[in-house]
Ligand binder design. Structure first.
Ligand SMILES: C[S@@+](CC[C@H](N)C(=O)[O-])C[C@H]1O[C@@H](n2cnc3c(N)ncnc32)[C@H](O)[C@@H]1O
Length: 284
């Protein structure tokens, strides 16, 4: 099935701020720990680039960083992380800064991932946010990272499989169950969940639209076509012990593996060599 880019309610200007922020708080709450499997991949890329700063785009309520940052530290990677969003959720950013003892910082001004201001340097990451961009914007985000010689890491929980969709259909029930445990505390979240139960429906609608918008591994590869001088690692990694996957793209300055592979293998067009080449790109 091809990727479809329908409207997500939280992307619309008419969506009330309280609903938008409740949605990003929920996204952080349910996926925060799910991104742990990407920590070694991210650590390796940051180490290879000797990166000291991360600029997280489309951070919502902080995404997985409260959990990921200590994991990276345990792996010997000490980076500063600046959270940003084109609709900054400032209460949630403050919470992330406080709980991380100021290891996580944030930009209080709106930052559009498709037009990153020149003064915001650092390895760029996006968690559960790249699907918000249409292919021309997505390609521009990658091209801009390449032009600025910044590393880039894009991560999305799930893929366009029926397994992922099946899990998402339970969203309204999950919202009703977990809402009292989501921080920062907001009366508006309780109001929109239990008194006027708009949030369970908005989240169900937006997660299904998000699922339709997710970029597949092959679509991500197409987006990087012609962006030379960068090494692109595009694949999926499992969220063990679940069968679900994270789809990711990590790009960094350096020689592309395909070029070195081609030099070593005389004829890539045999079935054996095709499978070796595929293995070089496929981690899962
Ligand atoms: C589903 S939320 C994910 C938030 C967070 N990264 C997480 O993992 O929980 C997507 C976020 O991307 C932001 N976003 C969408 N398009 C954007 C753009 N062009 N530039 C910056 N942020 C964007 C939205 O405002 C929203 O906060």
């Amino acid at each position: 099935m091809k990727r479809v880019h329908l409207l997500e309610i939280v992307d619309e200007d008419w969506c009330p701020r309280s609903i938008r922020h409740a949605v990003t708080d929920y996204c952080r709450f349910v996926t925060e720990r799910a991104y742990s499997p990407v920590a070694p991949l991210l650590a390796q890329a940051l180490q290879k680039l000797s990166a000291r700063h991360v600029l997280d785009l489309g951070s919502g309520a902080g995404g997985p960083w409260l959990h990921l940052h200590p994991l990276l530290r345990e792996m010997g990677v000490d980076v500063t992380v600046c959270l940003s969003d084109h609709n900054p959720n400032l209460e949630a950013f403050e919470r992330a800064r406080r709980l991380s003892h100021h290891s996580l910082t944030f930009d209080p001004e709106p930052v559009d991932a498709t037009q990153v201001p020149g003064e915001l340097a650092g390895f760029r990451t996006m968690f559960s946010a790249f699907h918000h961009l249409r292919p021309d914007q997505a390609r521009a985000v990658l091209a801009d990272a390449v032009a600025r010689r910044e590393g880039v890491g894009l991560f999305e929980c799930g893929d366009r499989s029926l397994l992922t969709l099946g899990g998402l259909l339970g969203t309204p029930v999950v919202v009703l169950l977990v809402t009292p445990f989501i921080g920062p505390f907001r009366w508006s979240r309780l109001f929109w969940t239990y008194l006027v139960p708009v949030l369970p429906l908005v989240l169900l609608f937006d997660t299904i639209v998000s699922w339709l918008r997710l970029y597949s591994v092959s679509e991500l590869r197409e987006l990087t076509a012609g962006l030379d001088g960068y090494q692109w690692d595009i694949s999926t990694v499992r969220i063990k012990p679940l069968p679900n996957k994270i789809t990711y793209l990590i790009g960094r300055r350096g020689r592309a593996p395909a070029a070195s592979l081609r030099r070593r293998l005389p004829d890539l067009n045999t079935p054996l060599h095709r499978s070796q080449a595929k293995a070089a790109f496929t981690r899962d």
